[in-house]
Structures are given as C-alpha cells and as structure tokens.
Write a protein of this length. Structure first.
Length: 77
C-alpha cells in the first residue's frame, strides 16, 4: 500500500469510511478523512476522544505494514 493509495481514498467524494488491515492482524478504522495525516512512509490516524476531559489517542501505521484496505460503507445512488 502506498501513500497515494491512501490519499485517493481520503479524497474520494463522497468520502467512504475504510478499515486498514495490518500484517499483524490488527485493524484500524478511518471514519473521518480529516483524522489522517500522511507522513513520508507512514500515516497517523487520530481517534476521537472518548471523554471531553481528555484528548483522543492516535495510531501510527507504516505503509509497508498495511496488508489491505476495506471500504466500510458503499455510497448510495
């Protein structure tokens, strides 16, 4: 998976949430396009805060460790 593959999904109109399947077996969901920052060989995915009193968490995923991308919802016609 390349950053261009991810960028294409993030820029898709309308945006379709997707799940990244990592080679480790872990999955990471991207439900909001603006929650992702693309880095040179990785991406940072921000998670919304569970509690208003604290900040959300984040995950950093290496592009080479992404096995596949799965779209979670199909756009309606």
């Amino acid at each position: 998976m390349t950053s261009e593959d991810i960028r294409a999904e993030l820029e898709r109109q309308p945006f379709i949430p997707f799940r990244l399947h990592m080679v480790s077996g872990k999955t990471l969901d991207v439900t909001v396009a603006t929650s992702v920052a693309l880095l040179q060989n990785a991406m940072c995915i921000l998670e919304p805060p569970v509690d208003v009193a604290r900040e959300g968490d984040y995950n950093v995923a290496s592009m080479r460790n992404i096995e596949r991308l799965e779209r979670l919802h199909k756009p309606r016609d």
